[in-house]
Design a protein around this ligand. Structure first.
Ligand code: ZN
Length: 98
């Protein structure tokens, strides 16, 4: 039975420093804003590279934005299809009644 397990550090691509108390973190709004404008600059960029919490917030915000955009686009497509079907049915019923 394997008892002695060497320290298994998880491989982190970003934010290798755990900051449970999140001291020195920018406000969440700033991170979310950066994700929406897709421009991370200067200090915030550096912070995202070293703070896993903020990096995850940034990534989550980006994912959410992408999802929102996709959903909005597909719902417009759905409205268009429904509109087309409605028009088709109206025209068809007009023709049917002569
Ligand atoms: Zn942070």
């Amino acid at each position: 039975m394997e008892v002695s397990k060497k320290c298994n550090k998880p491989e982190l691509s970003a934010g290798t420093l755990p900051r449970p108390d999140r001291t020195g973190c920018p406000p969440v709004e700033e991170v979310t804003m950066a994700a929406s404008t897709q421009s991370v600059h200067g200090a915030l960029r550096e912070h995202l590279n070293e703070c896993r919490h903020c990096f995850e917030e940034y990534r989550d915000a980006q994912k959410k934005l992408e999802y929102d955009q996709f959903f909005r686009r597909s719902s417009w497509g759905l409205y268009f299809v429904l509109f087309a079907i409605a028009c088709h049915l109206i025209i068809k019923s007009c023709h049917a009644h002569g």
